[in-house]
Design a protein around this ligand. Structure first.
Ligand code: PGA
Ligand code: ZN
Length: 425
């Protein structure tokens, strides 16, 4: 097993999809294996997320990550060179140990996430198998249902939509590739519909590749998607379900939520969700309330029980303890899994395991600031989460994940299983 020994670790500053600097780490093993990890970055972040380190100052308008790059080259590299990448969990533990803080604020979550992903990718390469197989073994064969964010609002777009993400879930397809085809047909049909109804400026896209039309009301976006699904020849609530990520902390000010241009109370927002789920086939709602209102998550969940899932993201920050607490308290049906919210793959893996143990949903997710790193596609298949959220079927940093899943399906050929409706039942 000496071929798995880490021989080389080197970080450098590259760019993410928003043009912000980010950390890339390259790892080589004694056996000639190579792995790369690139840290993504969020715009709507949870208060308890691991901290990414930025340089401040004038260069890159303060967004540089040279200090995080130095964390890797100066502190992390000497600590992990000589360790076995096969035992990547030991290396992750080492990263947590040398950081020594609760929120990864010493080394930076950007340094830690990029290293963690580079190491495990190098291990898989050394073993000569795809990452999903290295992590999940030979029985890993479930392809996830993609939640595709086709209308962007909130902090991801320059429009007035208060909810951040309006997604489609193509559940009725028999393969992942077919689900992507259906999603693309809806996406393109939506583009035509928006252009006709709102003019050419409405087809500009937001951070995650979804359109950012000049709409003001949540229902308008849901109606446009419903129309696009029908125009494309599919049935909403049968072939395709809708999903929301409200990212409600972003619209919460002084005890009120800013929705559809109005200040509304938590009670009113709760009622709005119940109405929306009655009017549209919405299958899940992520971060419906601000992080300091878990009681409202619980209320919504008991109101919706069985009809739509309540999902934590900013609320749960991929932290196994927090997820378990809110799940047991009845506040959530599942959680978003973002490695850089917590730091290492091993910690994210624990969050997935906790959810599986509780029979909750784990949705592996990209960030709004993404890169060409495709590890999350493999992670979704490896742990059989059945769900992945990685943007619109457009823009390279989003399609890279979908394309990797298409490749995985192709590699598995007859053995691949598309999760489909089961992902929600
Ligand atoms: P973020 O958004 O990456 O900007 O946090 C994604 C999400 O909220 O799910
Ligand atoms: Zn979210």
């Amino acid at each position: 097993m000496s071929e798995f020994i880490v021989e080389y670790v080197r970080a450098l500053q590259v760019l993410d999809s928003r043009g912000d600097p980010t950390v890339e780490v390259n790892v080589a093993t004694r056996g000639g294996g190579f792995g790369r990890g690139i840290a993504p970055a969020g715009a709507s972040r949870g208060l308890r997320e691991a901290i990414e380190i930025r340089d401040g100052g004038r260069e890159y308008l303060g967004r540089g990550v040279e200090r995080a790059v130095e964390s890797v080259n100066k502190y992390i590299a000497p600590a992990i060179v000589g360790m076995s990448s096969y035992r990547f969990r030991d290396i992750d533990r080492k990263l947590v140990e040398i950081d020594g803080t609760q929120n990864k604020s010493k080394l930076g979550s950007n340094a830690i996430t990029a290293t963690s992903l580079a190491v495990v990718n190098a291990a898989a390469d050394t073993a000569g198998v795809p990452l999903f197989e290295f992590l999940g073994g030979r029985w890993a064969r479930s392809l996830p249902v993609p939640l595709l964010n086709i209308i962007n609002g909130g902090t991801h777009a320059g429009n007035e939509l208060s909810f951040q993400e309006f997604m489609i879930a193509p559940v009725a397809s028999s393969t992942f590739s077919e689900a992507i085809r259906v999603a693309v047909e809806v996406y393109k049909t939506l583009k035509e519909y928006l252009k006709k109804a709102y003019g050419p400026a409405s087809i500009n896209v937001g951070d995650e590749g979804g359109f950012a039309p000049p709409m003001r009301e949540v229902r308008e976006a849901l109606k446009a998607i419903t129309k696009a699904v029908e125009n494309a020849g599919y049935r909403v609530g049968e072939d395709i379900f809708l999903a929301l990520d409200v990212a409600a902390s972003q619209i919460y000010r002084d005890g009120f939520y800013l929705v559809d241009g109005k200040k509304i109370s938590s009670e009113d927002l709760l009622k709005l969700y119940i109405d929306l789920v009655g009017e549209f086939p919405i299958i899940s709602i992520e971060d419906p309330f601000a992080e300091d209102q878990p009681d409202y998550f619980r209320e919504l969940r008991s109101e919706l029980r069985g009809r739509a899932l309540v999902i934590g993201d900013d609320l749960t920050v991929t932290n196994a303890e927090i997820i378990s607490k809110y799940f047991v308290e009845g506040a959530i049906d599942g959680a978003i899994i973002k490695i850089n919210q917590v730091g290492t793959l091993t910690e994210a893996e624990r969050a997935i395991e906790v959810l599986k143990g509780l029979r909750g949903r784990a949705i592996v997710s990209h960030r709004s600031g993404e890169t060409e790193d495709v590890s999350i596609a493999h992670i979704a298949v490896a742990y059989g989460t059945g769900l992945i959220k990685t943007g619109a079927p457009a823009r390279g940093e989003r399609t890279s994940k979908y394309n990797e899943l298409i490749r995985i399906e192709n590699y598995l050929s007859g053995d691949a299983v598309y999760t489909g409706r089961k992902a929600f039942t």
